[in-house]
Ligand binder design. Structure first.
Ligand code: GTP
Ligand code: MG
Length: 327
C-alpha cells in the first residue's frame, strides 16, 4: 500500500469498514475516490474502488426497482427541491402554502413518515418539492441521504416556535451532514462526481407570526445569517411565501428558453428548461438532435441583446430568451 494516503482518505476507508448499509458503503467509496491521491502508484486501488462502486450502485438500483420503491422519489418537473428540517418545523405546512396541495400537517412531530413529491407551479413551469420526515440528531433515513445528495436545491426549515430554534436546527444540520453534503449559500459549476457534494440551500425561518418584534429572528440571523440565505416566512399568515417561490426558482439554477421558427411568432406556451449557464448549443440539443449537429448560428430576443441579434453557438442564454435556431 502506498504510504502517502491522506488522513481524509483513511477516514473514508474507516467509514467504509464501518458501513452497514449499501448506501453507506457507496458514500464511503465515493469519498475514498475523491480523496485518493491520483498518481501511478494508486492506479490499481482507484480501479478497485471504481469497480466496487459500480457493483454496489447496480445492485442498489435493481433492489430499489424491485421494492417499487415508495421511498425513492423520481425527479420530475423542471427541478427537484428537497424540503427538510427538524420535527414539527412546518415542512409540510410550507409545502401546502407553496403548492396548495394537501400535505399532511399536524401539531405533533413525526407526522410525515415518508418522502412525498408535490408540484409547485412557478409562472409557466413546475418545480418538484419533496416533503420529508423529520431529521434529528439520531434520525436520518436512507431516503434523506439520497434526496439531499441528488436534489437541485435544499429548502431547510427552521422552527421559530421551537424551545431552542437554533440548537434544534443545528442538530438537524449535523444529522444531515452524514449524507456528505455541504450546505452552501451559492455555488455554480459542476458538482464533483465523488465525495462531499456542495448543495445550494435556502433556509425558511418559519412561524414568524409567533415572533413578536423579531426577537427570535434576530437571534437566528446572528447565529446563521452569514452561513445561510435566510427567508423569514409564516405559513399561517402567508408572509413572504410568494417571494420564497421566486427564490426557489432562482436557487434551482435553471432558465427557460422559448424556441421560434423563422418568420413566425415564438412558441411561448412551452419553455425549454436548461441549467443556468447553458449555451445556444445546449438549448439546440434540447430542441432537436439535428439542430445541435447542424447548427450554424442563432438569433436571439431577450434581455441582454438587441432583438433578433445574431449569436454564435457558445453564446450563454438568459432566462426567458427567445431563440431562433438556424441550420
Ligand atoms: N403559528 C404557526 N404555526 C405553524 C406554521 N407553520 C406550521 N405551523 C404548525 O406547526 C405544526 C407542525 O406543522 P407540520 O407542517 O406538520 O410540520 P412538519 O415539519 O411537516 O412535521 P413532521 O412531518 O412531523 O416532521 C402544525 O401544528 C402547524 O399548523 C406557521 O407559520 N405559524
Ligand atoms: Mg410533515
Amino acid at each position: 500500500m502506498p504510504a502517502n494516503l491522506s488522513p481524509e482518505f483513511k477516514r473514508a476507508e474507516e467509514d467504509f469498514r464501518n458501513a452497514t448499509t449499501p448506501q453507506e458503503k457507496i458514500i464511503a467509496l465515493e469519498l475514498m475516490m475523491a480523496t485518493i491521491p491520483k498518481h501511478k502508484g494508486t492506479e490499481k486501488m482507484q480501479a478497485d474502488i471504481k469497480r466496487r462502486l459500480s457493483k454496489l450502485r447496480n445492485t442498489e438500483e435493481k433492489t430499489a426497482g424491485k421494492r417499487g420503491d415508495a421511498l425513492h422519489v423520481r425527479k420530475e418537473g423542471a427541478a427537484q427541491v428537497v424540503v427538510a428540517g427538524p420535527p414539527n418545523a412546518g415542512k409540510s405546512a410550507l409545502i401546502r402554502a407553496l403548492t396548495g396541495a394537501e400535505a399532511e400537517v399536524a401539531p405533533y412531530p413525526f407526522t410525515t413518515v415518508r418522502p412525498f413529491p408535490y408540484m409547485m407551479p412557478f409562472e409557466d413551469i413546475q418545480i418538484q418539492l419533496v416533503d420529508t420526515g423529520p431529521v434529528a440528531e439520531d434520525r436520518l433515513e436512507p431516503y434523506h441521504v439520497n434526496l439531499l445528495r441528488n436534489a437541485d436545491l435544499a429548502l431547510l426549515v427552521l422552527d421559530l416556535a421551537a424551545a431552542a430554534p437554533v440548537t434544534d436546527f443545528e442538530a438537524a444540520l449535523r444529522a444531515m451532514s452524514r449524507a456528505k453534503v455541504e450546505f452552501v449559500r451559492d455555488f455554480s459549476g459542476e458538482a464533483p462526481e465523488y465525495g462531499v457534494k456542495p448543495k445550494r440551500t435556502l433556509v425558511a425561518v418559519n412561524k414568524c407570526d409567533q415572533d413578536e418584534d423579531d426577537i427570535l429572528l434576530d437571534e437566528v440571523r446572528a447565529a446563521l445569517g452569514e452561513r445561510f440565505e435566510l427567508v423569514p416566512v409564516s405559513c399561517e399568515t402567508e408572509m413572504n411565501i410568494e417571494d420564497l417561490r421566486r427564490m426557489i426558482f432562482e436557487g434551482s439554477q435553471i432558465l427557460r428558453v422559448y424556441s421560434k421558427i423563422p418568420g413566425r411568432p415564438a412558441d411561448l406556451d412551452k419553455p425549454f428548461v436548461a441549467p443556468s449557464g447553458s449555451t445556444v448549443l445546449d438549448v439546440a440539443r434540447l430542441v432537436h438532435k439535428e439542430f445541435a449537429e447542424n447548427l450554424r448560428y442563432a438569433r436571439i430576443w431577450g434581455s441582454e441583446r438587441f432583438d433578433g441579434q445574431k449569436v454564435q453557438r457558445d453564446y450563454v442564454v438568459h432566462d426567458k430568451d427567445v431563440i431562433e435556431l438556424h441550420i
